[in-house]
Design a protein around this ligand. Structure first.
Ligand code: FES
Length: 97
């Protein structure tokens, strides 16, 4: 498992980012990608996005709080996540919802 992971944004002109595995996505992406961030603590819903993990690794499971908030915004799918609660655990494709 490499220490470097790639974060891409299909369907946009945003450049793919390379970073160290384990970095918080809010720290990495706020102001540097096509997804906006607000509170950084999983409350405001601004960072909702579809997340696809490519290859090895696994994202943390949705907490009950995250499930409730994503459902509140109309997204029941497991792959719609609050980016501010996730880390760069592997190569990711991220799309705004
Ligand atoms: S930035 Fe507010 S929920 Fe993620």
């Amino acid at each position: 498992m490499t220490a470097t992971v790639r974060i891409s944004f299909p369907g946009t002109n945003a450049a793919t980012l390379e970073t160290t595995r384990g970095r918080p996505l809010a720290t990495l992406l706020d102001g540097r990608g096509p997804i906006d961030f607000g509170c950084h603590v999983g409350v405001c819903g601004t960072c909702l996005a579809r997340v696809k993990l490519i290859g090895a690794g696994s994202l943390t499971a949705k907490s009950e709080h995250e499930k409730a908030l994503t459902a509140f915004y109309g997204f029941e799918e497991d792959n719609v996540r609050l980016l501010c609660l996730l880390e760069a655990v592997g190569d990711l494709e991220i799309q705004a919802v």
